[in-house]
Design a binder for this molecule. Structure first.
Ligand code: IPE
Ligand code: IPE
Ligand code: MG
Length: 256
């Protein structure tokens, strides 16, 4: 199926596989368009969420195969609580099911699970399955699979600020010592590499409160394809596009 890319090109048959030297260390994905995918087919929105789990599996398999260090998936934003209770209940059910049913695959693939976001608004049964998978996979050597659940970039920065203030008040940190690393170390993502590539499915050209600090120099890639239909071919196309970018980080191109 043809789909239009952010660079205006049409998706084509995959060419060569991405080369490991050009791969991003950290890919972040806004998995959007589940509801629209379902509604376009006369299905309830939740069917789109259910089908989206297959795409999550494809992403974790591909990242494992290619040896990508970390992939962060936006599962629920701090703003998504505005949705109807029935949809939220289904999303929680799906997350719990995913944590149980994918545990075997996570272990087989050597993935290390990590979860970022607030824990206090999640149901206890979800937290229990989450902790079980986190504990089981903690020593795995493979790709870090980071799930952003009840995550908001502004919330993350506010909690980092609270932590820093507490440390100053308790005399463990000097105000003059506060630098970018101080903030970075107190984010939910502490220790993860910066996001190199941010992908959004579903076509919206916005960031929706995702990883605001971490995407400072991320390369962006947006596709109209909705998450349930996002394929390995298209993911590899995004990786190839990333490999061709001239990342200047505010400096000049090599040789200029
Ligand atoms: C993304 O799909 C998944 C979540 C936000 C949980 P949406 O549910 O936002 O799907 P659209 O954007 O309405 O199509
Ligand atoms: C972003 O999608 C959040 C997730 C994919 C989990 P939304 O559908 O919530 O974003 P907006 O509302 O279109 O900005
Ligand atoms: Mg959406």
């Amino acid at each position: 199926m043809d789909s239009k890319q952010s660079d205006g090109s049409q998706s084509a048959a995959p060419r060569e596989r991405p080369q490991s030297g050009d791969l991003p260390d950290h890919v972040a994905i806004i998995m959007d368009g589940n509801g629209r995918w379902a509604q376009a087919r006369g299905l309830p929105r939740i069917e789109g969420h259910r089908r989206g789990v297959n795409t999550v599996r494809m992403i974790s398999e591909t990242c494992t195969e290619l040896g990508i260090d970390a992939v962060t998936l936006y599962c629920l934003s701090s703003e998504n609580w505005k949705r109807p209770q029935a949809e939220l209940d289904f999303l929680m059910h799906l997350l719990e099911q995913y944590l149980i049913e994918e545990r075997r695959l996570i272990m087989e693939q050597g993935l290390r699970l990590r979860v970022i976001g607030r824990r206090d608004r999640l149901p206890p049964n979800v937290l229990a399955e989450m902790d079980k998978t986190l504990e089981m996979s903690a020593g795995n050597p493979g790709t870090q699979l980071v799930l952003a659940v009840d995550y908001g970039g502004r919330d993350e920065l506010a909690q980092a600020t609270r932590r820093i203030c507490n440390e100053v008040l308790e005399g463990r940190l000097e105000i003059t010592e506060i630098d970018e690393q101080t903030v970075e170390n107190r984010l939910y993502t502490a220790g993860l590499p910066d996001v190199d590539l941010m992908i959004r499915t579903g076509g919206e050209m916005r960031v929706s409160n995702f990883l605001l600090w971490q995407i400072s120099y991320a390369e962006l890639w947006v596709t109209e394809t909705c998450w349930p239909e996002f394929s390995r071919e298209e993911f590899e196309q995004a990786l190839r596009s990333f490999a061709s970018r001239d990342r200047r980080f505010g400096g000049l191109s090599v040789g200029q």
